[in-house]
Design a binder for this molecule. Sequence first.
Ligand SMILES: [Cu+2]
Length: 117
Amino acid sequence: MKSVLSILVVASICIAAAGPVLAASSMSAPTESTASASALSQVAATEGEVRKVELSTQKVTLKHGDIKNLGMPGMTMVFKVTDPKMLSNIKEGDKVRFTADRIDGALTVTSIEDLSN
Ligand SMILES: [Cu+2]
């Protein structure tokens, strides 16, 4: 009977020891997502060329190089923009450097810099 008791004591010590470890590992998850969120705001810029600017629909067609944060190879495609003012500084044929992200499921240009000026 005495040995059963000591096994129970050992088991509860193990649970107590595992407790902080579990707490620490569950705490690391929010830390990781915070890290990726800050990484999103520092995504590498991609170079491209403006093919079409649509002020009415707030969209821009860009021929772009690899977009690493989106895992996208170079192509020509339409993006939304986070701010329509971004479209007033660019025109067809401009060489640009931009960052893009998936916002509410839509591929969106989050910043754009005209390299032609
Ligand atoms: Cu693309």
